[in-house]
Design a binder for this molecule. Sequence first.
Ligand SMILES: Cc1ncc(COP(=O)(O)O)c(C=O)c1O
Length: 291
Amino acid sequence: MSRLVLIDGVSTPSERAQVSVYDRGFLYGDSVFETIRTYGGRLFALAEHIDRLARSASSVGIQLPVSTEQLAEETLRAVREAGNAESYARVMITRGSGPVDLDTASAEQPLRVVMVQPLTTPPVEYYRDGILVRCIETVRASDAAGSAKLGNYLASALALRLARDAGAAEALVVNRDGLVVEGPTSNVFLVKQGTIVTPPLEIGVLPGITRAIVIELAGELGLAVDFAAYPAERVVESDEIFLTSSIREVIPVVQVDDTVIGDGKPGRITGLLHRAFRQRVGLDGELPHDD
Ligand SMILES: Cc1ncc(COP(=O)(O)O)c(C=O)c1O
């Protein structure tokens, strides 16, 4: 099991991997990134992640230092060199270093970093029993940048901290209009009378790669999909709720704040979609707690 870092394409043992304190990623969170995982040792949806990274960079005016093809190739190389059974890969582009100055023009050359480590996934109880979440109102840096995946996750980290302090496993982000938009690092789905509902991208949610696959799978299963966002009082009226992300796949939510969702157990449709997702990624449709 090993961790490995590529800095500007150069492979570095993780304990010696260093970047400048003048890097704007460090100074201002002036960076974009992706997190990707492997299935059977192969990076899943790599092209989609690299495309989204390029869109995030473009939306904040960071020039990609190399082509998307080269970024993909370097990520593959890092995973190969790390040699883990399953890996987590984080690909970051910062605007680069320069004098300490807010002006983005002060940066000289964007920096690219690929970090790979053994994959860790949530405890199986999360999938078997579902999780409790807390609604936290906050405003994120990405809300000002068209839902780009920016390096600055401070508001989301604080939302998660508040949720955890209140005994929840996860937060649900409530925007300034009082609508539940997504998790700190996940998209949110509701099931209402057999229809799958998820907030529309225009409201300011990350276009999740897992979200897109789940929407497609719902269609294949003959389930209606609707795009809408609700305040917490309406969210808790759902029959089922689940979160999606590349690392965590599909996580059932069984309680929001003080309200138990449905019968307090992971929902049937949530399970169906998760099984379909596991089939799609080559895991024979088995759920993490099936063994
Ligand atoms: C804010 C946010 N929303 C949603 C997601 C889920 O996206 P994906 O399914 O592409 O991992 C993430 C993933 O990190 C995220 O940070």
